[in-house]
Design a protein around this ligand. Structure first.
Ligand SMILES: Nc1nc2c(ncn2[C@@H]2O[C@H](COP(=O)(O)OP(=O)(O)OP(=O)(O)O)[C@@H](O)[C@H]2O)c(=O)[nH]1
Ligand SMILES: [Mg+2]
Length: 236
C-alpha cells in the first residue's frame, strides 16, 4: 500500500512503474471523462477541484446533469472555477442513468455544442446526476469513467459492488475527513476495493482538504497525455 500525506489514509495504486491506463486510442478530439456516483458523494466538488487544478493547463469544458434543475452548473459558475461559457447543464427530466447510458443524445449534443463554441478542447468532464451503484456511462458518450463514493455512506459500499465500484476506470472514495465521525474503517474500504477491482486504481480523497483533488488531477493528466500519443510526457 502506498501512503500519501495523511498516514492514516490508505491509497491504492497500481504497482509503481505500471502504467495506470490501458492504452487509449490517439484521439483527434477532447478526452471525455464521465463522473458518476451516488447522490451527494462529491461529484460536483470533484469537478470544481479538477477545474481549479487543470483549467490553466488544459482546454477544459464541463457538462453537468441534473434531473429537474441546473443546480450543479449554477454552483460551478458561482464558484468561479471555470469560465461560465465552458459549462453546460443538461436537465435530464428522467433517471440520471438513462441520460448517460441509454439515450445519450442530450449529453452528446451538449459536448458537441461546447466543442463548436469553444474550438478544440483537451478534456470534457461529464457529471452524471446522482444515482445508485448500478449507474454506468455509455462508451458512446465517454472514454473513461470515474466513480465517486463517500465514506459517509458506510465502509460497506465497496463490498456491495455494482459496475461503478467494480469496473470504473478510477474509483474515488471521498470525504475521508469524515471517517472518524461516521465510524468508517478506511482499511476495510481499501481491502474490499482491491478485492472487487483487481488492478484498477482506487484513490482515497478528501476534497475538503485537497481543493485541487491532486491525485485525481494527476490521473487525468496522464489520461490526456495518452490520448495525445505522448504518454510519457507528463509521467512522474
Ligand atoms: N466533509 C466533506 N464534505 C464534502 C467533501 N466533498 C464534498 N463534500 C460536501 O458534500 C456535499 C455534496 O457534494 P456535491 O459535490 O454536491 O455532491 P454530488 O455528488 O455532486 O451531489 P449530486 O450531484 O446531488 O448527486 C456538499 O455539501 C459538499 O461540500 C469532502 O471531501 N469532505
Ligand atoms: Mg453534483
Amino acid at each position: 500500500m502506498l501512503v500519501d500525506h495523511d498516514e492514516t489514509v490508505p491509497h491504492t495504486h497500481p504497482e509503481p512503474g505500471v502504467d495506470p491506463h490501458p492504452p487509449l486510442p490517439v484521439l483527434d478530439r477532447a478526452v471525455r471523462v464521465g463522473i458518476g456516483g451516488p447522490v451527494g458523494s462529491g461529484k460536483t466538488a470533484l469537478v470544481a477541484a479538477l477545474c481549479r487544478a487543470l483549467s490553466t493547463e488544459l482546454r477544459l469544458a464541463v457538462v453537468t446533469n441534473d434531473i429537474y434543475t441546473t443546480e450543479d452548473a449554477d454552483f460551478l459558475k458561482r464558484a468561479g472555477v471555470l469560465d461560465p461559457q465552458r459549462i453546460m447543464a443538461v436537465e435530464t427530466g428522467c433517471c440520471p442513468h438513462t441520460a448517460i447510458r441509454d439515450d445519450i443524445s442530450a449529453n452528446l449534443d451538449a459536448v458537441e455544442e461546447l466543442e463548436q463554441r469553444l474550438g478544440p478542447l483537451d478534456l470534457v468532464l461529464v457529471e452524471s446526476g446522482g444515482d445508485n451503484l448500478t449507474a454506468t456511462f455509455s462508451k458512446g458518450l465517454i472514454d473513461q469513467q470515474i466513480f465517486v463514493v463517500d465514506v459517509a455512506g458506510g465502509d460497506k459500499v465497496p463490498r456491495k459492488g455494482g459496475p461503478g465500484v467494480t469496473a470504473s476506470d478510477l474509483l474515488v472514495i471521498n470525504k475521508t475527513d469524515l471517517a472518524p465521525l461516521v465510524g468508517a474503517d478506511l482499511s476495510v474500504m481499501d481491502r474490499d476495493a482491491r478485492a472487487r477491482r483487481g488492478d484498477l486504481p482506487t484513490i482515497f480523497l478528501s476534497i475538503a482538504q485537497d481543493k485541487q483533488a491532486t491525485p485525481v488531477a494527476d490521473w487525468i493528466r496522464h489520461l490526456v497525455a495518452h490520448s495525445r500519443g505522448h504518454a510519457h510526457a507528463l509521467a512522474r
